[in-house]
Design a protein around this ligand. Sequence first.
Ligand code: NAD
Ligand code: DAU
Length: 356
Amino acid sequence: MSILVTGGAGFIGCNFVLDWLAQADELVVNLDNLTYAGNLENLASLQDGSKHLFVHGDIGNGELVAGLLAEHRPRAVVNFAAESHVDRSIHGPAAFVETNIVGTFKLLESVRAYWGSLPPEEKSDFRFLHVSTDEVYGSLAADAPAFTEEHRYEPNSPYSASKAASDHLVRAYHHTYGLPVLTTNCSNNYGPYHFPEKLIPLMIVNALSGKPLPVYGDGQQIRDWLYVKDHCSAIRRVLDAGKIGEVYNVGGWNEKPNLDIVHTVCALLDELRPRADGASYAQQISYVTDRPGHDRRYAIDASKLARELGWKPAETFDSGIRKTILWYLDNAEWVEHVQSGSYRDWLAQNYAGRAA
Ligand code: NAD
Ligand code: DAU
């Protein structure tokens, strides 16, 4: 028995692989082309002899994927591979179209051919789980109810538009070809191995190195936050028991304005690693020009997943954010290694033009 995971060297994918191998005695074939966001150090804690096979390659490489499917005969494919950062999609949307749309299409084609060749029992047991985002639903007014699975798609950034396109392809492969797909649409994750281009890890890393904490616009944009391991447990649950062709929203019932998040990070760092001068890290907060097209509010209604599959998050925001900060404090070497030349180039590109 095996599963094929794509993008398993990135933030959520690596947490999924680590949690999977801690709980299941089943080979994980991990296909990742190691973009700037993919990092094999994320998987360094795996013991020699663990049931993990890393393959360096692209989900769009049909020959490679067909070979992996034929050789390992996975009972499921879990697709994390994507370009995932909204700001990067604004600076360079082409990579998002290439990986998130064309790459998902090519992966679906490879999987469809493999699935079609399986004997009846393996064919009916097979699943393709596509990991998607709440951003496909667009932006909510302050008093609007949270996104349900029925909310219409209104993606606003090149990133969310490319994820929406991939969701539609996945849906179409079920509707047209009968491919047994499942889709999850999750809110903002945070936790270990989060690349410090995203809000929470960027704030931790910048705070500790004495740099400004760049808050876009007025900092009152709202996101729902979920500890990454709770997202992983939701994916495992949907893979186990989700109904073929269905979509499941995943979220933490944890809406917070960005500025509250930044203040929480500062307060925890004040407690756990106080600044030498005794001042609060909050002094480093700096308001900068907003993200173009910035979605004001996301909120996810995850009650279908709770009701039908009995999933609920294990962490509260308070427990998850404390674990996260402790992880970053304990893993200074990981942080140092990811701050490579290309990371510094990205910071210069994204923040240089934003007047304080
Ligand atoms: P990430 O950017 O940290 O990791 C993406 C991984 O995919 C990297 O390891 C990268 O090397 C790999 N990859 C990229 N292009 C590839 C390709 N063409 N072939 C093979 N591998 C490729 O992203 P993440 O935050 O871990 O997100 C994983 C998935 O979850 C994405 O699909 C994202 O849209 C979705 N998602 C993320 C969040 C979040 O808060 N981070 C929330 C909901 C959904
Ligand atoms: O909602 C799920 C999505 O969450 C995922 O699909 C994406 O892959 C993931 O990157 C994340 O998207 P966001 O754009 O919400 O995440 P990000 O961490 O980039 O930003 C979170 C909020 O913080 C957003 O409102 C923008 C703001 N922000 C971000 C950065 C990097 C700042 O104010 N300052 C910053 O420097």
